[in-house]
Ligand binder design. Structure first.
Ligand code: NAG
Ligand code: NAG
Ligand code: NAG
Ligand code: NAG
Ligand code: NAG
Ligand code: NAG
Ligand code: NAG
Ligand code: NAG
Ligand code: NAG
Length: 358
């Protein structure tokens, strides 16, 4: 018990040392962590010295409703959510991207009183930034008797046809071709995409009305999205936006930054580092994404940002298992151990601090 206690003290000391090393990134610790209630993790940041480079600069401005809202000026979009790369995805696939959800303009036709109004807008164009369009978006077209297609993604043709059959009433919550159609875009859209809408019939007496089309990841939360009335184009027209998911990574050109993070390139089970980075080479743009290793949590993009998880505190199961075997659960860097009073079982992965004390 005494031994374990001493060990804890030393770990606490280690933790202090780790926390102190955060001062190497001093400018960042004085940076705002949120805009309104939206978390802004580094490499994104608000104000000079708080972001990696202009691509990740966030402006936190008052919206018309008086709330603080984050904007990403480089792509001229309002940000809804920023996520760091997910550790599970990073280690299981070749996808080491963070995600970024932004508001984009919807494309509409015939929704305002000027009968032949169309608003196709400019195609989305993220060329020259580190943002690409995520494959977790769906293309939706809502309204009657038209064909909606994605443009600028040649040679692939992606689109769908939405008709309005008067007999097929009743289904207002699904998007299966009647009043609403949807299609999954190809996995690699890249950085440029536009939307086009066409009549499917020249019969002027056929029902037209308001039609909208957009790419969105909102369908991933069906419960929240159903309320948005997938067969009511006017609802989307009045809202004026759809939430698009982008992905981001650190471009391979900035090796100095990647080297400064104190992370290891590539996963290896033999040498455990709190922070792991992976190459993304499946795209035209080579980039790197990082995540905290199992047993750690935090922001890998800050030196010392991956903090040890106290498995004994966080998972009562670990604590109980040790106790039932007559031992004490002791947290270690990246893991935990069961420590027994008479040292019958010595820990397999010995901590050097542990050796010093006993
Ligand atoms: C870290 O920086 C802050 C302000 O810059 C300073 O007050 C604090 O003493 C520093 N901590 C350490 C451990 O150097
Ligand atoms: C945010 O505020 C800054 C400074 O007042 C201004 O320059 C910028 O255009 C604003 N951005 C947006 C998106 O409104
Ligand atoms: C936002 O607007 C409110 C009220 O109009 C004002 O009190 C506040 O200072 C503004 N905040 C910023 C960051 O401009
Ligand atoms: C989105 O639509 C609004 C309103 O029509 C327009 O003012 C704005 O410039 C558009 N934004 C983009 C990025 O196209
Ligand atoms: C559009 O037309 C309808 C009926 O013709 C009218 O009630 C409505 O006020 C008009 N809306 C606008 C914005 O002009
Ligand atoms: C996208 O932007 C790049 C650079 O700004 C430009 O060269 C390209 O022509 C644009 N593409 C489209 C389809 O607008
Ligand atoms: C035009 O559409 C209406 C309603 O769908 C239909 O009754 C009519 O037969 C169509 N006319 C032609 C020329 O297709
Ligand atoms: C590369 O990263 C450093 C920080 O390590 C940053 O200061 C610099 O602006 C970055 N350069 C580019 C081209 O992104
Ligand atoms: C990542 O890519 C860079 C440049 O293409 C290469 O030098 C490096 O060895 C790669 N690292 C891994 C772990 O694949």
């Amino acid at each position: 018990m005494r031994c374990a206690l001493l060990l804890m003290t030393h770990l606490a000391l280690l933790l202090v040392l780790i926390l102190a090393s955060e001062n190497l990134t001093a400018s960042r610790s004085s940076c705002p962590s949120h805009c309104g209630n939206i978390l802004i993790p580094y490499p994104f940041g608000i104000g000079k010295g708080c972001y990696l480079n202009e691509w990740f600069a966030i402006q936190c401005n008052n919206s018309t409703s008086g709330e603080l809202v984050p904007y990403l000026p480089i792509i001229n979009k309002e940000v809804v959510k920023i996520s760091l790369p997910d550790a599970n995805t990073l280690f299981k696939t070749t996808e080491s991207y963070g995600s970024l959800r932004v508001k984009t303009n919807i494309t509409s036709m015939g929704c305002s009183n000027s009968s032949d109004e169309t608003k196709f807008g400019e195609p989305l164009n993220f060329t020259g930034t580190s943002f690409t369009i995520s494959r977790f978006n769906t293309f939706q077209a809502i309204g009657c008797n038209y064909k909606a297609t994605l443009t600028h993604i040649e040679p692939t043709v992606v689109g769908c046809i939405s008709t309005c059959e008067p007999r097929k009433i009743g289904d207002h919550t699904s998007c299966r071709g009647n009043k609403c159609c949807q299609v999954d875009p190809p996995s690699e859209i890249g950085q440029v995409v536009g939307i086009n809408m066409e009549e499917i019939s020249s019969n002027v007496t056929r029902k037209r009305g308001c039609r909208v089309a957009f790419l969105t990841d909102e369908t991933q939360d069906p419960l929240a999205y159903r309320e948005a009335k997938v067969t009511d184009p006017k609802w989307f027209y009045d809202r004026q936006y759809a939430i698009l998911q982008l992905r981001w990574a650190i471009p391979m050109t900035n090796l100095s930054f990647i080297n400064s993070m104190g992370c290891k390139m590539g996963y290896s089970s033999s040498s455990v580092s709190p922070c792991i980075c992976m190459n993304n080479t499946n795209n035209q743009i080579s980039s790197v994404g990082c995540a905290c290793h199992k047993g750690y949590t935090g922001n890998p993009y800050i030196l010392g940002g991956c903090k040890d998880i106290d498995e004994c505190q966080l998972d009562k199961g670990n604590y109980e298992n040790c106790r039932q075997q007559g031992g004490t659960c002791v947290n270690t860097q990246g893991s935990y151990q069961c420590v027994f009073k008479k040292y019958k079982t010595m820990p397999v992965t010995m901590d050097y601090v542990w050796v010093l004390v006993c």
